[in-house]
Every structure is written in C-alpha cells, then in structure tokens.
Design a binder for this molecule. Sequence first.
Ligand SMILES: Nc1ncnc2c1ncn2[C@@H]1O[C@H](COP(=O)(O)OP(=O)(O)OP(=O)(O)O)[C@@H](O)[C@H]1O
Ligand SMILES: [Mg+2]
Length: 264
Amino acid sequence: MGMAMAAVMGARLELREVAVDYGGVPAVAGVTLAIEPGRTLALVGPSGSGKSSVAQCPNRLIDLVAGARVRGTVRVDGRDVRDPGVDVIELRRQVGMLFQRPVVFPTTIARNLDLPLREHRLGDAATRRARAEQALRAVGLWEEVASRLERPAAALSGGQQQRLCLARALLLEPAVLLLDEPCSSLDPLAAAVVEEALQQLRGKVTMLLVTHSLAQAGRLADDVALLWPTERGGRLVELQPAAEFLARPRTPLAKAFVAGAAAG
Ligand SMILES: Nc1ncnc2c1ncn2[C@@H]1O[C@H](COP(=O)(O)OP(=O)(O)OP(=O)(O)O)[C@@H](O)[C@H]1O
Ligand SMILES: [Mg+2]
C-alpha cells in the first residue's frame, strides 16, 4: 500500500469546549478532546448525541448548515480552524471526510480522482494519473476498476463507491480524516473491505471515526469517546483507551452503553 503519504503522520486534532447549536437549539455542549498525530478516536453515543455535529467542525463543513453556530476552539496541527487567515479550501484538503453514504461525482471513475487534483493544481496529467492509481491501490480498488476508469463512478457498487471516495480523499494527502459512519450503509462484506482500508491508514493519518459499532471501535480505534444527549446538548461522558472502554467502562452511562451494545 506504498502511498506517497506514508511519510505523513497526521496532525494533532484538538477540540476545546466545542459547543454547537442549531437555531439556538443546543446539539453539543462543550466537548473537549484531543487526538494525537496518527491516532484514531472513535466517537460513539446514542442517536442525537451530537456525533455528526462534532465531526463537521474540524473541516468547517458545519459552516454550510443554515442556523448552525459553533463556539469553542478546534485546532488542527495547532492552528485554530476559524482563524481568519485559514483558507477553507486548503483546510478541506488537509482534513478529508467520508460520509455514511458515498458521494461520488456524477462523472467517470478517472475524473472523480482527477478533478480534486486539478482543483488543487497537484501535478501534470501523467503525475495525476500516477497519484490516482496509487490512491486506488491504497484502498484495494485498483484491480477492480483499472479496466473501467472511463465508466461512470455511479455504476460501481456501494462498497466500491465508498472506497473511491476514500481514495479521492487520500490523494490530497490529508493529515486528518473525519469518518461519519463510513461503513453503515454497506453490506457486511463491503463494510469489512472499507474497514480494512481504514486499518491500513492507522498511524499515517489522524482519524475521527463516528461509529455505531463498538466492535468496529474496538478494531479500529486507539481511544473511544462517548457522547450522551442532555438538554444542553451532547456531553462527553467518558474517554478511554479503546480496550479499557470496552472491558472496563467507568461511568454508569458508559457501562449501560457497553452492556446495551453487548446485548445487541
Ligand atoms: N441541520 C440541523 N438542523 C437542526 N438540528 C440539527 C441539525 N443537525 C442535527 N441537528 C440536531 O442536533 C442534535 C445532534 O444531532 P447529530 O446529527 O449531531 O447527532 P448524531 O449523534 O450524529 O446522531 P445519529 O447517531 O442519529 O447520526 C440532534 O438533536 C439533531 O436533531
Ligand atoms: Mg450522525
């Protein structure tokens, strides 16, 4: 999987008292956590606890949501993402994102990968093709699509589309990846293939992984953070190394959450 990004170790991602509300209705109530470079943190919690809201802050995607207001500070590699000097396009190159459903561009597989490289002026045509191949190999998709790069991306299976989206994020060599339930729209086999691609990225990129699967958190994450909904928005109730969180949750809410997940 020798991506050029192998040398990139990821950036530190830090959230300090991050609070989100929508039209004055609180969604997240002051979340503070840090992910060290190259580490993976799983964000878990009941539906509506604010996981997606938190995950949309580091790349400022939340700026596009009407009525959303963010307080507190998010730092990527020490830099406040809302600093007036921050170029949002460059920020979103540095902080890639994968959603629950793959969002492929309505064009060919090749152009899905070429467009972002061109937008960021990364290399001539031959270089861009080489980088696209590298990214497809890194997500285990090259063998499957090499002969049909000029076919529509939308014709790929859901799992292939999700890996294409991951490849598209990777070829910009992000330091941070935000993953909002990246496997939950996929069948178990496709989910396992995407998970394997993410497994390969551990240590190379900093990942914030929103997941409903504690089993997946156990396989992919170094640490687990549990959010819980309250009247004042989702609150961070526990943050532990993944193995500890799963085996010895400390707080009553975490104990209940882990026990509930174990009960299915
Ligand atoms: N665009 C929006 N406008 C208004 N309220 C929103 C918006 N997005 C989220 N919310 C509200 O904010 C709270 C947190 O939502 P969020 O989507 O962040 O939770 P979540 O933990 O990701 O939930 P799920 O597990 O269901 O995806 C919820 O009460 C939700 O209804
Ligand atoms: Mg969500």
